[in-house]
Design a protein around this ligand. Structure first.
Ligand SMILES: Nc1nc2c(c(=O)[nH]1)N[C@H]1C(S)=C(S)[C@@H](COP(=O)(O)OP(=O)(O)OC[C@H]3O[C@@H](n4cnc5c(=O)[nH]c(N)nc54)[C@H](O)[C@@H]3O)O[C@H]1N2
Ligand SMILES: Nc1nc2c(c(=O)[nH]1)N[C@H]1C(S)=C(S)[C@@H](COP(=O)(O)OP(=O)(O)OC[C@H]3O[C@@H](n4cnc5c(=O)[nH]c(N)nc54)[C@H](O)[C@@H]3O)O[C@H]1N2
Ligand code: SF4
Ligand SMILES: [Mo]
Length: 701
């Protein structure tokens, strides 16, 4: 029997809408939801069948036997593993309270269940991956508009000039956005691409600047200087909606294009020409504020100045600019009912200090990396149990040894994952999650020009003994005496609870896989009132919340150090065919891209006697790895680049085990090195050395 199911891809965190074909209980085809994506998918999404049917993944619940990380697991039943976990958690909580449990996750829209669970334990310590990803960008946005990173959409379809700085949109991709970008470029949109290396996105650009690594802030300050000098800004918008413009004008005076050229390598004349173009194109101009900007100590200010440029262009809430994402409430519709709203808010302060020691950070997910020092110092209180829910910090955060020192002090590590991540393997208990085709999810509300309700629908039965989140959290809570917070028996009952009062029922999702909450997009009125959530209701270039804790709103540029001979900045990024550390073992994706390489500038390579495909050793503070060199003129001589996610150490991952090297391990000592104003970890402040491995050594290895 054949059926067709609308669902949501899970091969990366973008979660594109998909349509799945199933024949006699077996998934046979996946494509992009034709109503949204015209059937398009990316390479990873297309490899989803291989993930479900061909990859090594946890086949049932497991409890660790030998030492942590030793790989001795005992397969047990769900009853056994849930009883075991519930009992351990209860014992820890009896002694140290609910606050001694922390949970980290991959972020995203499906978090009502884990949040409800943690709240029910009485713990305020919910956190996520974002300090290793978009926290600087999020805080930058909050500091200016009172609206976070996800409050904005970029209207590429109508944009005349898109500026991407460290934002590789065609490889670090979302299918819809990549399609929109290609359509816009084809119809004449200008694209300025700034990176320390050339990329697929850069190859489509009308202007490419290879910037010196870590000097983006200098470049932005000079662009602002030149915009103001040429008068290429939207005076009306600024008069009406912006405070602090005078201070900005005075502040950028010394940061001329000539000053920036010496630091960034970008010619001053080109900056002036670029600004002339902006003046023709505004307000249909977008400076993308970045996505993965956990890189340097000043990345927060890089993102802030991208936004300041959008503000100067007047490109806020206009077609072709950055549009404020609308939720159900903006169209007068009720939102979904959340389980977490029924649980009393924990009264304890957060163990990571966010919200009290660090009042300028968003207390929602806090900062993951700060939990390690709380574990080690027991300050402000003991942390004894960790739930890693779809999160692999041993891959996603720097310094494995420093992290393990913290993890080793815990009495319990519970991993909920569909795959064997580095952290899962280091856990005490594995609760295997069903793969994305194998489960129903909760309904979610997605903000957008037009808000939408959607969900993941089960297409096939689980291939192994794995379970969905809605079942696992409910069962665990039930065994801990907290079942009242999960008041449903089936997922249908949960959906009915979520949808009660919205006017929709689950059958409304059958036709297309989603429901749109409006027919036509409505913009906020730029004359009558834009809704910013700052204290003044305006865009605040001078942010009181930053200044109160001693961080300047307009920070002076700090010179980037000159690298000692033989040293490079290890920069990293995505490849279109892989997602972080969890696709390397996929048979199809492995075939296309089996291992990462180290990009080295051709002139720098010549000095070291390194040729293309030579084996080189990368080293940093005692951590060493060997990798093949990719010698190219398309990278800045101070940088070496690799694709993140390789160097897996989990031996059951047949293909991925030992393939390539793990860049995050090189950022030794950087676990708590983070931008103090933005919270994002500063991986790329770590330097590495590179040397050629000679033929004898290679043979010996
Ligand atoms: N050195 C270095 N460090 C980095 C980065 C880098 O480029 N270089 N990138 C940073 C960035 S941008 C990020 S976002 C983080 C990512 O870091 P993580 O959030 O840890 O990365 P993922 O591998 O996406 O997800 C972790 C685990 O969750 C599971 N998972 C992910 N999504 C789903 C899902 O939808 N369903 C289920 N059931 N499981 C899922 C995966 O199987 C994986 O084992 O790493 C950051 N760390
Ligand atoms: N295929 C694929 N797509 C993904 C993901 C994935 O894992 N795989 N992950 C998703 C996630 S979680 C995220 S956060 C986004 C990330 O999206 P992006 O931030 O766009 O992606 P990255 O590849 O991390 O970084 C982009 C570029 O920054 C450059 N860069 C490094 N240092 C510097 C510097 O000093 N200055 C400048 N100007 N550029 C520099 C790198 O060379 C790289 O090409 O991608 C998302 N999309
Ligand atoms: S970008 Fe690709 S892998 Fe990620 S959700 Fe979309 S289709 Fe899936
Ligand atoms: Mo990310």
């Amino acid at each position: 029997m054949k059926k067709s199911v609308y669902s949501m891809c899970g091969m990366c965190s973008v979660r594109c809408p998909i349509r799945v074909e199933v024949e006699d209980g077996r998934a046979t085809w996946i494509e992009g939801n034709p109503h949204i994506l015209g059937q398009a998918l990316c390479g990873k999404g297309s490899a989803g069948l291989a993930f479900h049917y061909r990859e090594e993944r946890p086949r049932g619940p497991m409890i660790r036997q030998g030492m942590r990380g030793g790989g001795q697991w005992k397969r047990v039943t769900w009853d056994t593993v849930l009883d075991y976990t519930a009992e351990k958690l209860n014992r820890i909580m009896d002694k140290h309270g609910g606050r001694s449990v922390f949970l980290s996750c991959r972020g995203g829209p499906f978090l009502d269940l884990p949040k409800t669970f943690l709240k029910a334990l009485g713990s305020p310590n919910f956190t996520n991956h974002d300090a290793s990803c978009g926290r600087n960008v999020h805080h930058a946005s909050l500091s200016l508009y009172g609206l976070g990173r996800k409050a904005f959409l970029y209207d590429l379809k109508n944009c005349r000039h898109l500026v991407l700085n460290g934002r590789n949109m065609l490889e670090a991709l979302k299918v819809k956005e990549a399609k929109d970008l290609m359509a816009a470029v084809s119809s004449g949109m200008r694209l300025t691409y700034i990176d320390v290396r050339q990329t697929v996105t850069g190859s489509k650009a009308s202007r490419f600047w290879m910037v010196r690594p870590g000097t983006d802030y200098a470049l932005h300050l000079a662009i602002i200087h030149e915009v103001i000098r040429q008068g290429a800004y939207d005076k009306d918008f600024i008069d009406k909606w912006v405070s602090g413009f005078e201070q900005l004008m005075r502040f950028v005076e010394p940061y001329t294009p000539q000053w920036a050229e010496k630091r960034t390598g970008v010619p001053a004349g080109e900056i002036a020409d670029f600004v002339k173009e902006l003046d023709e194109d505004r307000p249909r101009v977008v400076f993308h504020p970045g996505w993965m900007l956990a890189r340097y100590m000043d990345s927060f200010y890089v993102s802030r100045t991208s936004h300041i440029l959008n503000i100067l262009m007047g490109s806020v809430e206009v077609a072709g600019g950055q549009i404020i994402a609308k939720g159900p409430g903006d169209y007068g519709k009720p939102g979904l009912n959340a389980l977490a709203d029924q649980v009393p808010k924990p009264t304890e302060k957060r163990a990571d200090g966010v919200g009290w020691k660090f009042p300028h950070f968003d207390p929602g997910p806090g900062l993951f990396q700060l939990f390690y020092s709380a574990i080690l110092s027991e300050d402000p209180y003991p942390i004894k149990a960790y739930i890693a829910y779809r999160h692999d910090p041993l891959t996603g955060f720097p310094d494995r040894e420093a992290q393990r020192a913290g993890l080793d002090k815990l009495d319990l590590i519970v991993a909920l994952d569909a795959k064997f991540g580095e952290t899962t393997w280091y856990g005490d208990v594995i609760l295997p999650l069903a793969g994305y085709l194998e489960k129903d999810s909760i309904v979610i509300a997605q903000k957008g020009k037009i808000p939408r309700l959607t969900l993941r629908r089960k297409a096939i039965e689980p291939v192994y003994d794995s379970r969905p989140e809605w079942w696992i959290f409910k069962e665990l809570a039930g065994r801990m005496g907290l079942g009242q917070y999960f008041p449903y028996q089936t997922v249908e009952e949960l959906w009915n609870y979520q949808l009660a009062g919205t006017g929709y029922s689950i059958t409304d999702f059958e036709e297309k896989g989603f429901v749109d909450l409006a027919e036509e997009a409505v913009f906020q009125d730029r004359e009558a009132g834009l809704k910013f959530k700052t204290p003044s209701g305006k865009i605040e270039l001078i942010s009181p919340s930053l200044e109160q804790v001693g961080h300047p709103s307009l920070a002076e540029y700090k010179e980037k150090e000159v690298l000692p001979d033989g040293h490079f900045r290890l920069v990293f990024g995505r490849h279109a065919i892989h997602a972080h550390g969890h696709t390397q073992n996929n048979p199809l994706l492995h075939e296309i891209f089996p291992a990462n390489t180290l990009w080295i500038n051709d002139r720098a390579a010549r000095v070291m006697g390194v040729e293309d495909n030579d084996l080189v050793e990368v080293a940093a503070k005692g951590v060493r790895a060997r990798v093949r060199a990719l010698v190219t003129p398309f990278i800045h001589p101070e940088a070496v680049f690799t694709v993140h996610g390789f160097g897996r150490t989990v031996p059951v991952l047949k293909r991925a085990f030992g393939a390539g090297f793990a860049d995050q391990r090189m950022a030794k000592g950087c676990l708590e090195l983070y931008d103090p104003a933005g919270g994002g970890v500063a991986y790329q402040e770590a330097l590495v050395t590179v040397r050629k491995v000679d033929a004898d050594e290679e043979k010996a290895a």
